[in-house]
Design a protein around this ligand. Structure first.
Ligand code: DGL
Length: 273
């Protein structure tokens, strides 16, 4: 890694990982960020876990053949939930940072003791999420409760850049969650697509003040601590432009880098499959 910037792979099923990319760009000014969106397969959230695990295995193998990654950030709750253990077992030499619904900070922040979680169906149904939930509740105050809802369709609407559909889905999913558990005062956005439409969440929350929790900055801090040695060894000037790749058409990611990151000239390359 001497003489050049460390390469940090940032992965999501689609554009959702941009909400983590923003935090990584701040936290890792010395790193070269290389983004991969598996948009040919998005949305991940309603696909079977085993198929996703195999897909992730093949993608990361191909990625490492093309690029000498120093760190991989799974900027996707669903990929983390179903695939991080298998990826770590296959790549013991590659530090891998995942993202998962931020239950611990939410349970620390809630005053009512009721936390809501919106995430994909695959994340909520995973053994990893269930174990996290049990561990967090075991350490939480007596009577604390976590209420989940699978926000079907929302990641897909955000992926398509359909802001009106996304806002309608934020409203309907939030309404359904609050109808089932009216005391919720803290809401975990457990899919990286969801913080991209923060304005829609704020509009949907109107009249019901909620603390919104997004773990992107915690993920970036973890990435920084793993890269600290490498980043200190290189100069900021050597990191180069970020790279953007996708497995499907480049339009969605091109539009999203403009819409959510304000980048006017990101060049997105479609991988040949
Ligand atoms: N952004 C992803 C997540 O954090 C996946 C959304 C999807 O593809 O369904 O879960």
């Amino acid at each position: 890694m001497s003489g050049s910037a460390p390469i940090v792979g940032v992965f999501d099923s689609g554009v959702g990982g941009l909400s983590v990319w923003r935090a990584l760009r701040e936290a890792l000014p010395h790193a070269h960020l290389s983004y991969l969106a598996d948009n040919a397969w998005a949305p991940y959230g309603e696909r079977p876990a085993e198929a996703l695990r195999e897909r992730l295995g093949a993608l990361v193998r191909g990625w490492r053949d093309r690029e000498p990654l120093n760190l991989l950030v799974l900027a996707c709750n669903t990929a983390t939930a179903v695939g991080i253990d298998a990826l770590r077992a296959e790549h013991p030499d590659l530090p891998i940072v995942g993202i998962e619904p931020a239950l611990r900070p939410a349970l620390a922040a809630t005053r009512s003791g009721r936390v809501g979680v919106l995430a994909t169906r695959a994340t909520l149904g995973s053994a990893r999420y269930q174990a996290l939930r049990a561990a967090c509740l075991a350490n939480a105050a007596d009577g604390a409760a976590v209420h989940e809802r699978a926000a079907d369709g929302l990641a897909d609407a955000i992926e398509r850049g359909d802001e009106a559909a996304a806002e309608a889905l934020c409203r309907s999913h939030l309404r359904a969650l609050l109808d089932g558990a009216p005391g919720i005062d803290t809401l975990v956005l457990g899919c990286t697509h969801y913080p991209l439409v923060l304005g829609s969440w704020r509009a949907a929350c109107e009249g019901h003040p909620l603390t919104l929790i997004d773990p992107a900055e915690a993920v970036a801090r973890r990435a920084l601590s793993l890269l600290a040695g490498a980043a200190a060894a290189v100069g900021a000037a050597s990191r180069g432009d970020p790279a953007w790749r996708c497995t499907g058409g480049p339009e969605a990611l091109t539009r999203a880098t403009r819409q959510w990151l304000g980048l006017s000239s990101a060049e997105v390359f479609a991988l040949q499959s």
